[in-house]
Design a protein around this ligand. Sequence first.
Ligand code: PLP
Length: 380
Amino acid sequence: MDTTRQYKELDECYYMPAFSRDMAIVRGEGTKVWDAEGNEYIDCVAGIAVCSTGHCHPAVVQAICDQAHRLIHCSNLYYVPHQGDMAKRLVEITGMHKAFFSNSGAEATDGALKLARVRTGKKKFVAFTHGFHGRTVGSLAVTHKPSIREPFEPLGLIRTFVEYGDVDALKKVVDQDTAGVIVEPIQGEAGVIIPPDSFLEGIREACDTTGALMIVDEVQTGMGRTGKWLAMQHTKVTPDIVTLAKGIASGFPMGALLAREGIEFRKGEHGSTFAGGPLACSAALATIGVIEKILPEVSLKGERFRQGLKKYHPRIRGLMIGITVGDTCPDIQKSCREEGVLVNCAADGNLRLVPPLTISDSEIDRVVRVIDGALGQILL
Ligand code: PLP
């Protein structure tokens, strides 16, 4: 087994240095991971909200292995094993009408933007400050963060950014030429920013008035992360298009978009070689099977975190947790890691915890003790 130093040497020699990293995770089981030196951690990063059922859940491993023995790939030129079942399950849990698959969140965003354009016949989009929707050319165009977007402008999409949460400003820019408004129901990369329901209701109203489509990016918030299948299900608002990825298949690459009745791709309008393949769909079906059993507990687990961390005023919905800690975030992250807990710094000094939905009460208590220790030392 390679050491972290060996990983680092290869990475520095042969891999483009787009990431900042200094740790190799080589094994995972449930909520725990181990680094190359055998150190154990409770993983509250979970591949950034991806390993929803924990690492290597036996049902997911079994589903992938069984399918791998039968058929790994066949192409969307043919009906694909498990694809229809998976689309049906997503339609059932989201209340949308039909699904289309992708390989990532960014591709799901691209698909949603294309769908909005082709069905409305309009070209303009509205997105929000601090929003994140991916790094492909299309999804980057609606991602706000100037440092990652501006070096690649122009990105070829007509788009206006509006302050997240500001319905009045939104209503001034959404007009008859707007194809869609894209929004995260809780901003994840921004640091778990939870808007009031009135914001999402205001977007719905602006879209209804003008004929623009409301595209809700549930890539990070979806698949049970907030205690419901979709974060939107905490509100009374129904979107026109929803995107999913991250937790959908427990770490097997997959994304999806779903849309309400009347909005769908027609023949030849969209496609992908790998998307919705047999392995991804088997992993995703097994993932849904696990999540549906634990979904009622997710909010309770979030409340346990809230109780434990309340003096730090955490923002919590289900197992999506953000705490504003400021510039000391990297120090807190390091201190937690030294105590065997992985957490991550999202934008603007916000500590983010998105552990597997399977995290146990005793693991939550341990994480709370470690975070309290780190924050107490550094912040108070
Ligand atoms: N949308 C949201 C809300 C996200 O948080 C992310 C990734 O962090 C994406 C889209 C892009 O997903 P991916 O990295 O799978 O392309």
